[in-house]
Design a protein around this ligand. Structure first.
Ligand code: AMP
Ligand code: MG
Length: 534
């Protein structure tokens, strides 16, 4: 690997590699697959690629690094963020972590295809770790190749940025680069491998630590190292807490992780995001959405829906189960922290904080989604009647809540629900008179409730449109962008980034991107079915 000293456009990047400086690393530097003990990472360099080509970059993510659009379009940007060149201060490494996958302890996993390049301090004194995903094998690659395909990389790149603009805590994505090499994948693990274009995404996060980084240390009885990693995390990422070895501090920290996780899940539920693989190695210690794999967005409102065919049987990670799964994952983290606490009581209390924070946050969210400013005890019933109706017939969640903002409360207005929500229904032929009556009766209750709301119709509609997005990254839009990008046409990537920059605004020129899923996409792989293969 060459060190690129003449990378003028990237000169500004000021590195401060705190993780590798303060935490113990693996003494072995050979890139061979192994169990790594008593260490939090292994040094490993990206594997150079044949013909890197920039397919997209996020100007907002670049700004976090003080990089201009011009810098992102430079040749050195493409070489560095494809893994073909290292800047002199970079110190690439893969992290060691474990995880519970689909409910079972899986032992050591680790960054099998992610390589951290180092940490940047930007002009606002914020710390950002740079990480390449798909840049070649590491000691944690197990039997896999360390690579990623364009399809999954594009999905991660655009969705990270879309989530950010939706106001949802997430890791960020700087760039999407094709490697010029082919990668073989059997997309549905059904004996149909095909060659696909390889790609590398550069992700940014203040920290990429996951619940699994802590779990692996406890599983191996490495309690001193566990304590060191916890204190490191508190000092670096929770600086408002005192990084001292005390049970009270650890509990305060864990409680905050519970609160952050609860808020993140409540956001996912608000916009209909389904992560798809909520294993503990995919849960960020900062409460960020991380590891965009077979995720999806609810189109028809169905709590049992999961985009992940690998989870099609158990539906462990379906939309409606996400709040519970986050709690299950937090319980695994609590178990991992137990050696530092020595008592279950305070950990259970923190887990209760998860539950109460989620419940409160969800109630506030649902009230906001239907435009209630003040809250009344009967609101819960109004909301549950509504969700019941949405479940009864395939109703596009995103469109429904945008249309709901049009309900007026003036006297003499009679609402025809079937007409009002026409655009949101996938199977209008199934809508019978009984459904129409129930819907109208709900609308009547809603309107009388709104008459006790402390804001007027235009204000209410404006507030609703700030929590109910118009534009989400519908699965079929991702597939269309992939199909184009696979032929070398990257225009839709930029277009989607542009649309998702303002997901709550009406954008008449982009109306089509907010339309419900077309019928051709109902059963098309990539549009409604995804797998972990990426
Ligand atoms: P995921 O299901 O993507 O969260 O991955 C679970 C584990 O498998 C993590 O340790 C990943 O780094 C690793 N992994 C996934 N795909 C690959 C790959 N193509 N090559 C190497 N490791 C991988
Ligand atoms: Mg993962």
């Amino acid at each position: 690997m060459q060190t690129n000293s003449a990378a003028a456009p990237l000169d500004k990047l000021a590195f401060d590699n705190r993780f590798t400086r303060e935490m113990p690393g693996d003494p072995i530097t050979e890139n061979s697959r192994r169990q790594v003990r008593q260490a939090c990472y292994s040094l490993v360099e990206p594997t150079p690629v044949a013909a890197p080509r920039l397919a997209g970059f996020s100007k907002e993510a670049a700004a976090l690094l003080d990089l201009s659009a011009e810098a992102c379009l430079s040749g050195s940007f493409t070489s560095v963020f494809s893994g073909n060149a290292l800047l002199s201060e970079m110190m690439p490494y893969a992290m060691c972590y474990g995880g519970h996958q689909f409910g079972n302890w899986a032992g050591q996993l680790g960054d099998g295809r992610a390589i951290n390049l180092g940490e940047i301090i930007n002009s606002r004194n914020q710390r950002w770790t740079l990480q390449l995903k798909g840049a070649g094998p590491t000691p944690y690659s197990r039997s896999a190749d360390g690579l990623a395909v364009l399809r999954s990389s594009l999905r991660e790149f655009i969705c990270s940025e879309a989530m950010h603009h939706l106001g949802i805590p997430t890791t960020r994505a700087l760039s999407l680069i094709l490697t010029g090499e082919e990668v073989v994948r059997d997309m549905f693990y059904n004996g149909n491998p095909r060659s696909e274009p390889g790609a590398v995404v550069c992700r940014l996060s203040p920290s990429f630590l996951r619940f699994g980084n802590f779990e692996i240390l406890t599983a191996r009885g490495e309690t001193e190292l566990l304590k060191k990693l916890v204190l490191y995390t508190i000092a670096t990422d929770y600086p408002h807490l005192k990084a001292v070895d005390s049970v009270a501090t650890y509990i305060q920290w864990f409680t905050e992780i519970c609160e952050r996780t609860a808020r993140m899940i409540s956001h996912w539920m608000r916009v209909g995001f389904v992560h798809g693989v909520m294993n503990t190695d995919n849960m960020s210690i900062l409460g960020l959405t991380i590891d965009y794999g077979p995720y999806g967005w609810l189109e028809g409102y169905d709590p049992a829906w999961t985009p992940n065919t690998t989870d099609g049987q158990g539906r462990r990670y379906c939309y409606g189960n996400q709040p519970h799964m986050a709690q299950w994952n937090l319980t695994q983290l609590a178990n991992a922290l137990y050696p530092l606490i020595g008592a279950a009581g305070p950990l259970n209390e923190a887990l209760d904080v998860y539950r109460t924070t989620f419940q409160e946050s969800w109630q506030v969210t649902m009230a906001a989604k239907i435009g209630l400013k003040n809250r009344e005890p009967e609101d819960a019933e109004l909301i549950s009647r509504l969700l019941d109706l949405l479940r009864r017939t395939e109703t596009d969640m995103t469109i429904f809540f945008r249309r709901l903002a049009h309900v007026g409360t003036g006297t003499g207005i009679a609402h025809d629900g079937l007409k009002l929500f026409e655009e949101a229904y996938y199977a209008p032929a199934q809508l019978d008179a009984v459904y129409g009556e129930q819907l109208n009766s709900w609308l009547q209750s809603y309107v009388s409730r709104l008459r006790r709301n402390s804001i007027d119709d235009p204000q209410r509609s404006e507030r609703m449109n700030r929590v109910n997005p118009k534009y989400v990254f519908r699965n079929y839009l991702a597939q269309q962008a992939i199909d184009k990008a696979e032929t070398g046409d990257f225009s839709m990537i930029d277009k989607l980034l542009e649309v998702f920059r303002r997901p709550y605004d009406e954008q008449p020129e982009h109306e089509g991107y907010g339309a419900k899923r077309p019928e051709w996409a109902r059963n098309r792989p990539g549009c409604s079915m995804l797998s972990c293969s990426s």
